[in-house]
Design a protein around this ligand. Structure first.
Ligand code: SF4
Ligand code: SF4
Length: 439
């Protein structure tokens, strides 16, 4: 086996034992003389080969086919384009999306009924209220739940709800509403305060951190809240950040890197970030040994796929596959970050979704087509599926290329998740057996 060309990744756990992760089969093996002999072509070992490269005669997994009737799991609804903050890295502000437009009830109804009649779904559809700042159009969100329940009864379908908000407008009425309707909450916060307030300001220039944490403290008594952290400073101490968010009342932390040409990152800074990620991985392990789960969604999602096994990913996310975004005027886009860009509009309820455009996009964006140069021999490909289309677009000017930075970020998360997984003993992995999807 040519080790340089292979999708085998060698790594160590926290006791310095050597492991291999096979990018062909998704299996993790501990390094031993038998595997060494096999890999060094001294002694062919069928069993080792099956684990590392798949059974002899297995054909490589073929990419998914796209059914005529597209699947549907989630609709991201832009209930308003308005926002009461002016974040330094906002992609919506950059593309001129912040205006006074709101989604109206007729458009919402028409669009949801269009989706239900023309898409394939299981018995639940997730509705994500998004914006702008969605709570600036709380009256529509409130009314829409009654309307959606009626539509659900007519079509024998149930809806789950989530809300992505900046957290500044929560009040007693909204909090009661969230609890009553079991709405999943994600709040954008870039804490600690000094970092958050540098980037997430009100229109008059005041930082928004204080008002958010007061609101989170109230809401946290009743439901789980995910902190959606945009990392702008790669020197961030992830342990401190997690602890601070936990103390404020957040139950889960999810990170993403800032995607904006103004925020360039040097390779030194990224190395520093990797070091911090390593410390955070050790913190994760230490906590687990004391029976405490560190709810860092980015690690947990990978740990779950390592533990339960998963089909290889061909796309970076579900957008366009079974997730769509609806603009305030009812236009359907494949991803919420491409609103306002006519090339990325795929249709609307009146004219329907342009299936050819959608299928063409998906076929040409499978990682096996799209990442020929970068991804072909990457050990992480089956977990990754390529980089975020938006990160690609911003960094390279096209969704078709890979974003070098998002690629590095993803790989760093996979490496640390493998390190954690191989460092845990079997009893410590039990929590992964029944873990819900983290997203
Ligand atoms: S984007 Fe990067 S991590 Fe993902 S498959 Fe391609 S090379 Fe690997
Ligand atoms: S393309 Fe990027 S921003 Fe859009 S849904 Fe996928 S991961 Fe998120």
């Amino acid at each position: 086996m040519d080790m340089n060309q292979s999708k085998i990744y060698f790594f160590k756990n926290n006791r310095d034992n050597v492991y291999l992760y096979s990018g062909y089969t998704g299996l993790i093996l501990e390094w031993d003389p038998r595997i060494q002999k096999h890999l060094e072509n001294e002694e062919y070992d069928e069993e080792a080969n099956n684990c590392l490269q798949g059974r002899t005669g297995d054909s490589p997994l073929s990419p998914p086919s796209l059914p005529i009737k597209p699947a549907l799991e989630m609709i991201v609804l832009f209930v308003t384009n308005q926002c009461n903050l002016t974040c330094s890295y906002c992609y919506e502000r950059a593309s001129g999306l912040h205006n006074m437009e709101n989604l109206d009830m007729e458009t919402l109804k028409e669009t949801i009924v269009y989706f239900i009649k023309n898409f394939d779904y299981q018995n639940r559809i997730n509705i994500c209220f998004f914006g702008g700042e969605p709570l600036l159009n709380f009256s529509l969100i409130k009314e829409s739940i009654t309307v959606l329940e009626e539509i659900g009864n007519q079509h024998d379908i149930r809806f789950n709800y989530s809300l992505t908000t900046n957290g500044t407008l929560l009040n007693d009425e909204i909090i009661n509403f969230i609890i009553r309707h079991n709405i999943n909450i994600g709040i954008s916060i870039d804490g600690p305060e000094i970092v958050h307030d540098l980037h997430r300001k009100y229109l008059d220039g005041r930082g928004s951190y204080r008002s958010i944490i007061e609101n989170v403290a109230q809401l946290a008594n009743y439901c789980d809240i995910t902190a959606r952290v945009t990392i702008t400073d790669y020197r961030v101490d992830l342990i401190e950040l997690y602890q601070e968010l936990e103390n404020v009342g957040f139950s889960t932390m999810k990170t993403e890197c800032v995607v904006n040409p103004k925020f360039k990152i040097s390779s030194d800074e990224f190395q520093y970030f990797r070091g911090n990620l390593q410390l955070f991985a050790d913190y994760f392990i230490r906590n687990l040994k004391q029976r405490k789960i560190v709810n860092y969604a980015d690690f947990l999602a990978v740990l779950k796929t390592l533990h339960l096994g998963a089909m290889p990913k061909f796309f970076p996310c579900n957008t366009g596959l079974n997730q769509y975004s609806v603009a305030t005027d009812g236009s359907i886009y494949f991803c919420h970050r491409f609103m306002n860009l006519p090339n990325f509009k795929w249709g609307d309820a009146a004219r329907g979704l342009n299936l050819e455009k959608r299928n063409q996009f998906l076929k040409s964006h499978m990682v096996t087509m799209r990442g020929l140069k970068r991804c072909e021999n990457c050990w992480a490909q089956r977990m990754c599926g390529g980089t975020c289309y938006h990160a690609s677009q911003v960094e390279t000017g096209t969704t078709a290329e890979m974003s070098g930075f998002d690629c590095e970020f993803r790989k760093a998360i996979y490496e640390k998740a493998l390190y954690i997984y191989a460092s845990l003993v079997d009893e410590e992995k039990i929590f992964l057996d029944n873990m819900d999807a983290c997203s």
